[in-house]
Design a protein around this ligand. Structure first.
Ligand code: T1G
Ligand code: NAD
Length: 696
C-alpha cells in the first residue's frame, strides 16, 4: 500500500513487539463504513497467519472506539464485506483479540467488541446497542452475544431502551473485563489482558445463555413493550434476544440478520435516520460565520413559577450557579420548593446522592428584586405571559445588567423584537423558549430577533449544548415554530367538533396515530385559559370572514380551564389525571353546531388524522416560506421533541413526504373548503420535495 494511501487508510496496523494494534481511524466517530470493514477484514486475515504475533488489540483512533455502522450507508443497499463477516473473522482468528475501548463503542462498535476475546475500557467508555433508536435492531450478533453475558432479561432491557452504559456499569454487567482511568494506560492494559489469555480464545458465542426464570424474561419483555407505542423495532429486538435461549447460536444469528435487513428498509428506520441527521444539522446556523459564544459563568432567572424553577434546574444540573428572582417572598419560597421537590424525588429514588443534591441546591441563590443580577452573564425572564409586564422586566434588567450580559425571554408567543425594543441593547436579546417540564423536555426553541447579535445566537446554541437541550432556531413570529403549528392543528381539531366529532373521537384517533396525547387532553393538562387568553389577545386581528371555533371560548366562559378546575373538555374525578367524556360538553358542542347551522356528521379516525396532520403540514409550509424556520427538518424536530409527535414517523413533514402525493394534496385541498375564507394554503409540495431529495 503506497505511503500516502497507508497514511489515510481508515484501518492501520501498528506493530509492538509480538503484538499488533489494529487501529480504526475514520473521523469523526470511526463509524464502521465499507472501507473500515474491508480494512479490518484484510488486517485480521494478515495478522491471523503471522506466526510472530501472540496478541492483537483492536482500538479506535482519537477518543472514540467505534460509534457503530455508518448510518449514512443505510438508505442504500449494503455492500460487502458486511459487519458479520468481519466479526466472524475476529472470532475465527486463532490469536486472542482484545478490544481497547475509549469513548463510544455503540451498535456495530459494541458488537465488534463483543466478538473479541476480552474488553478493556477507559472510564469514559460508553457501550450499548442503540439500534432501536434508529428503527432497526443489532444486526451483527449483538442480540445473541449480549444475553450470553447479561442474561436475557437485561439484554432485552438494554437493546430495547437503546441505553448507553458508562464504563462502571458496563463492567458490572460483564461487557468490560477491566477499566483503566487514564487513556494512556489503555494500550498497556489491553496488551496485558491479551497476553494473560496465553493464546487461548474466549468466544462469547460459545458461552451458554445464563438460566433465568420465564417470569423474569416475561416481565422484561412486557416492560419494554410498554414504551413501544407501535414501534416495530422494539418488538423485533425482544424476539431476537429471546431467540438466544430457544435457538442454536448460528440459527438465531441468521434470524437476527434477517430481521435487521427487513427493518433497515422500513419507514420507521428512515424516519429515525432522518431525525438523527436533522438533530446534527439543527445547530448549524449558516450566517453565524465565526461568531464566538460569550462566556456564561453565572445565570439569573426572573420568575420562579412552573417554568422558571424548572429552567433553574437545567442550569444547576449543568454545574452553573443560578440566581432565582421572584416578586415576593411567598412566590420565591414556592419557587425554591419546586426545585427542592425535584431533587428530593431524584435522591429518594436513588438516581442522585444526597451529597450531589446538596451540592446543586447550594448553587441556587434566591432573591427579591433585580439587583442581585448585576453580575449575571445570562438572565432568562419567565414571568407571566403579559407583554407590558415582560417589557417592564426587560427595561428594568437593562438598567441593572452589566455590559455584554444576555437578556433572554421564555415567552411562548409574544413578540421578542418588541421586548428587545424596550431596552437599549436589543442586540443582546434572544428568546429561549423551553418546554414544560423544562428540566425534562429536550427541546429549546431559540428565537432570533431582528437585532440579535451573531455572538448572542452562538452563545444561545452553546448554552443549549451545556444544558443538554436540542436547539432549534426560530425567527420572531406569533408562536414561533411549535406553538404556531400546534395552534393551526388545534383549530382544525376544534372545527371538527362543530362538524360532528367529540373530543374523545379526535383524541383517540390521534393517539392511535402515535401522538402521546390528543389535543383536548393536552389542553386540559396545560390549562385551557392559556390558549383562551391568546385568542382574546389576537381577536382584534382575526379575519371576520374566517371560521372561528366557538366551543373552547364557551367552556372557558364557564370557568372550565381543564384539570386545574376539575373540568375542561373532559370531567376529572378528584385526583384523576385521565378525564371522562362529559355529556354537558357534548351538548355544548351540539348547540354551537346548531347555532352555526352546521349539519353534524360522523368522522372516521383516518379522516380526523388526515385533517389534523394536513393542518400541521400546511402551517409548516407557511412558516418555512416566511423564514420562521430554516429548514423542514427543524420543524419536524420541534413537533417530535416538543409536542409528542411520534419520532418513528419522523415528524409531520417527513410523514407527509412518505404518503402518496395525491392523498396529501387531497387532504390539503380539503382544508380551505372546511375552514372557509381566510384560509392560507402553503406551498407544501416544495418542502415535501426537498425532504424526498434529501435521500432519507
Ligand atoms: N454513522 C455515521 N455518522 C455518524 C455516526 C454513525 N454511526 N455517528 C455519528 N456520526 C456523525 C454525526 O452525524 C456527526 O456528523 C459527527 O459524526 C459527530 O456526531 C450493525 C447497524 C457517537 C455518541 O446509534 O450516538 O451499528 O454532523 O455530533 O455528540 O448493529 O454521534 O459533524 O457531519 O453526534 O460527540 C449505532 C450514533 C448505529 C451511535 C458522538 N450507533 N452516534 O456524539 O457527536 S447502527 C449509533 C452517536 C449499527 C449494527 C447497527 C453520537 C456519538 P456531522 P455527534 P457527539
Ligand atoms: P407561572 O404563572 O407558573 O409563573 C410565573 C411567575 O412569575 C410567578 O411565580 C410570578 O410570581 C412571577 N412573576 C410575575 N411578575 C414578576 C416580576 N415582576 N418579577 C419576578 N417574578 C415575577 O407561569 P409559567 O407557566 O412558568 O410561565 C412563565 C412564562 O413561560 C410565560 O411567558 C409562559 O408563556 C412561558 N411558558 C410557559 C410554558 C408552560 O407550559 N407553562 C411553556 C413554555 C413557556
Amino acid at each position: 500500500m503506497p505511503k500516502d494511501a497507508a497514511a489515510t487508510a481508515p484501518v492501520r496496523i501498528e506493530r509492538e513487539g509480538k503484538a499488533a494494534f489494529v487501529v480504526i481511524d475514520n473521523p469523526p466517530v470511526n463509524a464502521s463504513s465499507l472501507e473500515v470493514r474491508a480494512g479490518l477484514l484484510d488486517a485480521i486475515a494478515a495478522l491471523a497467519k503471522d506466526e510472530t504475533l501472540d496478541a492483537i488489540v483492536l482500538a479506535g483512533a482519537g477518543n472514540t472506539f467505534i460509534a457503530g455502522a455508518d448510518i449514512r450507508e443505510f438508505g442504500k443497499p449494503l455492500r460487502d464485506p458486511q459487519l458479520p463477516a468481519v466479526i466472524a473473522a475476529i472470532e475465527q482468528c486463532p490469536k486472542p483479540v482484545v478490544a481497547a475501548i475509549r469513548g463510544a463503542a455503540l451498535g456495530g462498535g459494541c458488537e465488534l467488541a463483543l466478538a473479541c476475546d476480552a474488553r478493556v475500557g477507559t472510564s469514559d467508555a460508553l457501550m450499548g446497542l442503540p439500534e432501536v433508536t434508529l428503527g432497526i435492531i443489532p444486526g451483527a450478533g449483538g442480540t445473541q452475544r449480549l444475553p450470553r453475558i447479561t442474561g436475557i432479561a437485561t439484554a432485552i432491557e438494554l437493546s430495547t431502551a437503546g441505553r448507553r452504559l458508562p464504563a462502571a456499569e458496563a463492567q458490572r454487567l460483564g461487557l468490560l473485563d477491566e477499566v483503566v482511568n487514564a487513556p494512556a494506560d489503555l494500550r498497556g492494559a489491553a496488551l496485558r489482558r491479551a497476553r494473560s489469555l496465553a493464546g487461548r480464545k474466549r468466544r462469547i458465542s460459545e458461552l451458554p445463555v445464563p438460566e433465568q426464570s420465564a417470569q423474569a424474561i416475561e416481565s422484561a419483555a412486557e416492560d419494554a413493550m410498554k414504551s413501544a407505542r407501535g414501534r416495530a423495532a422494539i418488538k423485533e429486538a425482544i424476539t431476537a434476544v429471546r431467540n438466544a435461549a430457544r435457538m442454536p447460536f448460528a440459527a438465531a444469528l441468521a434470524e437476527e440478520r434477517a430481521i435487521f435487513q427487513r427493518l433497515r428498509e422500513s419507514e420507521e428506520a428512515a424516519a429515525l435516520r432522518y431525525l438523527f441527521f436533522a438533530e446534527r444539522q439543527a445547530a448549524r446556523v449558516t450566517d453565524l460565520a465565526e461568531a464566538a459564544p460569550r462566556p456564561i459563568a453565572q445565570v439569573g432567572i426572573v420568575g420562579a413559577g412552573t417554568m422558571g424553577a424548572a429552567i433553574a434546574i437545567c442550569f444547576l444540573d449543568a454545574g452553573l450557579p443560578v440566581r432565582l428572582i421572584e416578586r415576593d417572598a411567598q412566590s420565591l419560597e414556592r419557587g425554591i420548593d419546586r426545585v427542592r421537590v425535584v431533587y428530593r424525588r431524584l435522591s429518594q429514588s436513588g438516581r442522585m446522592t444526597a451529597e450531589e443534591m446538596e451540592r446543586r441546591l447550594a448553587r441556587l441563590a434566591p432573591g427579591l428584586g433585580l439587583d442581585p443580577l448585576s453580575q449575571a452573564d445570562l438572565v432568562i425572564e419567565a414571568v407571566f405571559e403579559d407583554m407590558d409586564l415582560k417589557k417592564g422586566v426587560f427595561r428594568d434588567l437593562d438598567g441593572v445588567l452589566k455590559p455584554g450580559a444576555i437578556l433572554a425571554s421564555n415567552t411562548s408567543y409574544l413578540d421578542l423584537d418588541a421586548l428587545a425594543g424596550a431596552t437599549r441593547r436589543p442586540s443582546d436579546c434572544v428568546g429561549l423558549h423551553f418546554f414544560s417540564p423544562a428540566n425534562v423536555m429536550r427541546l429549546l426553541e431559540i428565537v432570533r430577533g431582528r437585532a440579535t447579535a451573531a455572538d448572542v445566537l452562538a452563545t444561545a446554541l452553546a448554552v443549549a449544548k451545556t444544558i443538554r437541550k436540542l436547539p432549534v432556531v426560530a425567527r420572531v413570529g406569533e408562536g414561533f415554530i411549535g406553538n404556531r403549528i400546534y395552534s393551526a392543528y388545534r383549530t382544525q381539531c376544534e372545527l371538527m367538533l362543530e362538524e360532528g366529532a367529540y373530543p374523545a373521537d379526535v383524541d383517540s384517533a390521534l393517539v392511535a396515530f402515535g401522538l402521546a396525547m390528543g389535543p383536548f387532553a393536552v389542553g386540559d393538562l396545560s390549562g385551557l385559559d392559556i390558549a383562551w387568553r391568546t385568542r382574546q389577545r389576537l381577536a382584534a386581528a382575526r379575519d371576520p370572514k374566517a371560521r372561528h371555533p366557538e366551543a373552547l371560548d364557551r367552556l372557558c366562559e364557564l370557568g372550565r380551564f381543564g384539570q386545574k378546575t376539575g373540568a375542561g373538555w373532559y370531567r376529572y374525578r378528584e385526583g384523576a389525571r385521565r378525564g371522562e367524556s362529559d355529556p354537558d360538553v357534548h351538548a355544548l358542542i351540539e348547540k354551537v353546531s346548531k347555532e352555526k347551522g352546521i349539519a353534524r356528521h360522523p368522522f372516521t379516525a383516518e379522516q380526523i388524522q388526515w385533517r389534523a396532520l394536513a393542518a400541521m403540514v400546511n402551517e409548516a409550509a407557511l412558516l418555512l416560506a416566511e423564514g420562521i424556520a430554516a429548514r423542514p427538518s427543524d420543524v419536524d424536530l420541534v413537533l417530535v421533541n416538543g409536542y409528542g409527535f411520534p419520532a418513528h414517523k419522523g415528524g409531520p413533514l417527513f410523514w407527509a413526504s412518505r404518503r402518496g402525493r395525491k392523498e396529501v394534496l387531497a387532504a390539503l385541498d380539503a382544508l380551505p373548503r372546511a375552514t372557509g375564507d381566510g384560509f392560507k394554503r402553503g406551498n407544501v409540495e416544495r418542502y415535501l420535495e426537498e425532504i424526498s431529495q434529501s435521500g432519507h
